[in-house]
Design a protein around this ligand. Structure first.
Ligand code: HGY
Ligand code: MN
Ligand code: MN
Ligand code: MN
Length: 395
């Protein structure tokens, strides 16, 4: 896969972080493919790209598909990219068969879906859907302080189209499941009905740097010991809500990070997920109660900031129905499924009827360089996408 070469890692994965030169190269390649397929290209102020294939009636809002090209640092070849390439395949197939749809068809690439370099995730589709304002989106900064606005300009993707003005008639996103259910149930297609809710936090613990040798244990204010207690509590919260709760500490910075100095401060992140909004609120409550008590008992200063809340999503009946009927018409084994991951579709669902199509991934592994999906499953997802989009474009 040509796209997978851009940021290819030694272990067979991809590292193409949002708004890096590699992301630019991937975007350039996508645009080349779409122009070769006869599309016109627009880019909005958040760098979201729209490749448009005209229909009979171009006054109609387009039927859109797409996903993202940015990856995790140790990402795979399919997360996001599969949905973008399935969209390109839809364009090429419509051309190959000379199909003229009533409404135009578009393929989108959304900026910074992963939220790995710039938090939160899905921020550009969030601005598109009016969840965040443009200034907020452009001001998101990475750990080096570089902002999305600066990086969009640097790589040449600070588009002129006002973000959120772009019409969408309906949106379908094809994606690998990124979990083990479809493979375990030996189903080819996941008809995605919902996506679980998410809450992201940034926590800063401040204690006191001191010498690792002379400083007696009882008087220490060790920020890393506090952080370690939060890590185990975050895990306990997720485990206490099985089979649904999900809780992760994925990022931690220890300062001064020196072998013989007691850590004075720690910066860490928390990722909570739950398909039930009330349970997700409960996870928030448990975390805050724990950190309040820990601060009192330890003498540490602990600042807990929720930086993002993406509520539980119910995808639109019209699009879920189109995915289900296309799947059945094509005869693929299938099941309804709730997305464990967040997707741009979660935000586009706020401004247009939206549905998702899942295909299995090997051992349910994703956000990992071994991420894999079979050609047959990729083709099946693409066929369902094509049929669902044609149905919607000619409705
Ligand atoms: O975190 C997620 O669910 C997605 O990969 N951004
Ligand atoms: Mn993704
Ligand atoms: Mn991802
Ligand atoms: Mn996604």
């Amino acid at each position: 896969m040509e796209m997978a070469q851009i940021g290819a890692t030694e272990k067979g994965g991809v590292c193409r972080l949002a708004l890096t030169d590699l992301d630019r190269d991937g975007r350039d390649l996508f645009i080349k493919w779409c122009k070769d397929a006869g599309c016109t290209i627009t880019v909005d102020q958040m760098g979201n790209i729209f490749a448009r294939r005209p229909g009979k009636n171009n006054d109609l809002p387009p039927i859109m598909t797409g996903s993202h090209l940015d990856t995790q640092p140790t990402g795979g070849k399919f997360d996001g990219v599969y949905g973008v390439l399935a969209g390109v395949e839809v364009l090429r197939t419509l051309n190959d068969y000379g199909v003229e749809t009533e409404a135009p068809v578009e393929v989108a690439v959304w900026t910074n879906e992963e939220g790995s370099r710039f938090a939160p995730a899905m921020v550009a589709s969030g601005v598109f859907a009016g969840v965040f304002d443009l200034a907020y989106g452009l001001s998101r900064a990475d750990l080096d302080g570089k902002t999305m606005g600066q990086e969009l300009t640097r790589i040449g993707y600070a588009g002129s189209e006002p973000v959120g003005q772009h019409p969408v008639g309906a949106y379908f996103e094809a994606h690998i499941e990124q979990g083990p259910i479809l493979e375990h149930e030996t189903r080819t297609i996941g008809v995605v009905t919902h996506a679980q809710g998410q809450r992201w936090y940034e926590i800063t613990l401040t204690g006191q740097e001191a010498h690792a040798g002379p400083t007696p244990m009882p008087i220490r204010k060790d920020a890393l010991v506090g952080a370690a207690k939060i890590v185990t509590e975050v895990n306990r919260i997720g485990m206490s809500l099985q089979p649904f709760g999900r809780s992760t500490v994925g990022l931690m910075q220890v300062s001064p990070n020196s072998r013989n100095t007691i850590p004075g401060s720690v910066f860490m992140t928390v990722d909570f997920r739950n398909p039930n909004e009330e349970a997700l609120t409960g996870m928030d409550r448990d975390l805050r109660a724990f950190t309040d008590k820990l601060a009192r008992d330890s003498g540490l200063t602990i600042e807990v900031t929720q930086i993002w809340h993406s509520p539980v999503v119910t995808f639109h009946d019209k699009c879920v129905g189109a995915v289900r009927s296309a799947t059945r018409r094509l005869g693929y084994s299938n099941m309804e499924i709730v997305s464990g991951a967040g997707h741009d579709a979660c935000y586009i669902n706020r401004v247009a009827p939206t549905g998702m199509i899942f295909i299995p991934c090997e051992d349910g592994i994703s956000h990992n360089e071994v991420e894999n999906a079979t050609p047959d499953d990729c083709a099946a997802g693409g066929n369902v996408l094509l049929h669902a989009m044609i149905e919607a474009a000619n409705a």
